[in-house]
Design a binder for this molecule. Structure first.
Ligand code: C5P
Length: 223
């Protein structure tokens, strides 16, 4: 049984991947399985936290002991995060949020027509939720944790992203078609705004989650 070092703390975790609809039957999505976010939720419950899990598109069953909010798009995820954040000691953005969404939503199924070109797909930017909640903390002393999946120059890109987003911790991992997404295991480096870098060897997503909570717990105690 884990130490209840998060007892009395409320943690808000986003998990999964947003789905940006094109029409009633199609969406733009990504390969995030939600497993890392769910591992964060399970381990936080085990450590005594009150957990709000905001999930997008995972299809996973609710973890025991967590309040689950189900959303679809990045805009809906932002609303749910902003609603939960004022009461949170920690916000962890583990979800893969679509950077862009279709500019228009077709209320009827988009059809192919004989002799016509394929339609162009126009996209618009989605809000960057992590940057927004980092810049405007909903509560003094609130900790914000982000995730970054990088395909190359993992550490250099991660350090730049930590500064750009303004969060306290950034969990950086290398991804590729066969790595991380959907897997049971993960390997990462946790970068802290104070410059500390904590490597987490390849292992279960729970182990990475527990390292994140160790760092969070230490930081909460020192505030
Ligand atoms: O910029 P990038 O997508 O690599 O950043 C990843 C981190 O930012 C994740 O923590 C993700 O949840 C968050 N994010 C966000 N809003 C976006 C895009 C990413 O909160 N529109």
């Amino acid at each position: 049984v884990a130490e209840p070092d998060l007892a009395g703390r409320h943690v808000v975790i986003s998990a999964g991947g947003t789905r940006e609809p094109l029409d009633p039957v199609r969406f733009l999505g990504n390969r995030s399985s939600g497993k890392q976010g769910y591992a964060l939720a399970r381990t936080a419950v085990a450590r005594g936290a009150r957990v709000t899990l905001i999930e997008a598109g995972t299809g996973l069953p609710d973890p025991a002991g967590a309040d689950v909010v189900r959303v679809g798009t990045a805009v809906q995820l932002r609303e749910a995060v902003l609603k939960a954040a004022p009461d949170a000691d920690v916000v962890v953005m583990a979800a893969a949020v679509a950077d862009f969404r279709p500019a228009e939503y077709a209320t009827g199924k988009i059809k192919k027509k004989d002799g016509e070109e394929a339609p162009a797909l126009n996209l618009v930017r989605n809000p960057d939720i992590l940057a927004e909640i980092s810049a405007e903390r909903a509560r003094p002393g609130q900790l914000v944790v982000g995730f970054a999946a990088e395909t190359d120059d993992v550490l250099a890109n991660g350090r730049a992203k930590l500064r750009r987003k303004g969060c306290d911790l950034l969990v950086v991992n290398e991804v590729g078609e066969r790595r991380t997404f959907g897997a049971e295991e993960n390997e990462a480096v946790v970068l802290a705004a104070d410059g500390r870098e904590t490597p987490v060897p390849y292992g279960p997503k729970e182990a990475l989650a527990d390292t994140v909570w160790d760092l969070v717990s230490e930081s909460l105690r020192s505030r």
